[in-house]
Write a new protein. Structure first.
Length: 143
């Protein structure tokens, strides 16, 4: 892989990190703008298509729910001219800010295996497809 190809893969992978940073900071417009115009995010049993669908879904997020998404084992590859695939594990944590029982300590919600497909546009890398599946269940049975 030459330096130019490596840089392009790194830029595509960086968009994954930018996505979750914006999501956890509740910058929902920034999250939506990272989607390609026809990009599909498979989220919570729904297929959100394009920035408008993503923005609308994120506007429904509970304002008392705080999240932290930890991305690990990130692997990026160019799959075609102007297209990249990024695979990673995602650890999702949540907490509440409304005085509920989860306010004191974050709770692990899930460990997911994720695959994002990105397309390079005039505006940079954008998500063409975002999909994940449960890798390990949360520690629901821990005592």
């Amino acid at each position: 892989m030459n330096d130019k190809t490596s840089l392009r893969c790194e830029d595509a992978a960086a968009q994954v990190l930018n996505f979750f940073a914006a999501l956890d900071q509740r910058r929902h417009d920034d999250v939506a703008q990272l989607m390609a115009s026809d990009g599909i995010w498979h989220r919570q049993g729904r297929a959100l298509t394009g920035p408008a669908d993503v923005a609308a879904a994120l506007a429904e997020r509970d304002p008392a729910r705080e999240t932290a998404h930890i991305v690990t084992n990130l692997r990026a590859e160019l799959t075609d001219a102007g297209r990249a695939r990024v695979r990673f594990y995602l650890l999702a944590y949540e907490s509440r800010t409304d005085g509920g029982p989860q306010e004191a300590a974050p709770r692990l919600v899930a460990i997911r295996s994720c695959t994002d497909e990105l397309v390079h546009t005039e505006s940079g890398w954008r998500f063409a497809s975002r999909a994940s599946h449960r890798h390990l269940p949360p520690e629901a049975h821990a005592r």
